[in-house]
Design a protein around this ligand. Structure first.
Ligand SMILES: Nc1ncnc2c1ncn2[C@@H]1O[C@H](COP(=O)(O)OP(=O)(O)OP(=O)(O)O)[C@@H](O)[C@H]1O
Length: 243
């Protein structure tokens, strides 16, 4: 589903955030990325949909080298890849429904998306997405009336409206209390299992990564320190990672 070949990210010609990484992620995997702050987790995730352009290497999504795509073809492939940010990325003064409908814009002509014109099908998809994250009753609430955990669930619903095959989530629960973080992670897990959506998620909380992910990729100084099934990770390796 996702294949990286010799991918590096170099900022300002001097900070090597991702150092020659190659990896393969299959459809339906739930992969956690862990590592110290500054180890390159965010940069790695953002290269997968070209939010950050790699300075070297190739990125394949479903076999297509996305670095070679332009305009409509690039937009179409990006539509398949949802991205969830730590700070939710919602419009606070808009309703939950309006926020979620933004996820449909990739399916609209530029004119319709400019005027925010949605049809019955869009509303159906949006309400269904909110149902999937347990927030159907909040459909007309304003986004800024929600708790952090609820906001992140709205962000997930927005992404689901894109009908993604892949969800990339960059520290999606690090601003949340323990209980809200678990609830959000539960929804990620449900979505992964029910829809076979491939998930790559950056987490600084190793215990959450071990609880929810099937595979963990640990980064150190921009390189893969280990890449293992959760059951194969031992505490010594984790200690070495965080030293
Ligand atoms: N836009 C940028 N311009 C310049 N340097 C950057 C940029 N983004 C990240 N870096 C640097 O790249 C390196 C990796 O950062 P990155 O954010 O990818 O790591 P991270 O593991 O996600 O860290 P954190 O957990 O703190 O977000 C760091 O040295 C960081 O300062």
């Amino acid at each position: 589903m996702i294949k990286l070949e010799d991918v590096s990210v170099l900022y300002n010609k001097k900070v090597l955030a991702v150092d020659n990484i190659s990896l393969n992620i299959d459809k339906g995997e739930f992969v956690g990325i862990i590592g110290l702050s500054g180890s390159g987790k965010s940069s790695l995730l953002k290269t997968v949909n070209l939010l950050v352009k790699p300075s070297n290497g190739r990125i394949y999504v479903e076999g297509t080298n996305i670095g070679l795509l332009k305009d409509k073809k690039l937009r179409n492939i990006r539509r398949k890849i949802g991205f969830i940010f730590q700070d939710y990325n919602l419009v606070d003064r808009s309703s939950v429904l309006e926020n979620v409908l933004v996820g449909r814009l990739g399916y609209k002509s530029s004119l319709k998306s400019f005027f925010g014109l949605f049809d019955d099908e869009d509303y159906k998809v949006a309400v269904n997405a909110l149902e999937q994250v347990g927030l159907k009753e909040k459909v007309f609430s304003r986004a800024d009336e929600l708790s952090g955990g609820q906001k992140q669930r709205v962000a997930i619903a927005k992404t689901l409206c894109q009908k993604p095959k892949i969800i990339l989530a960059d520290e999606p629960v690090s601003s949340l209390d323990v209980s809200s973080a678990q609830t959000v992670m539960d929804y990620f897990k449900k979505i992964n299992e029910k829809s076979q959506i491939t998930i790559m998620i950056n987490l600084h909380d190793v215990s959450l990564a071990k609880k929810y992910c099937s595979r963990i990729i640990a980064l150190k100084h921009g390189k893969i320190f280990f890449d293992k099934k959760v059951g194969d990770i031992d505490d010594d390796q984790l200690q070495e990672l965080y030293q």
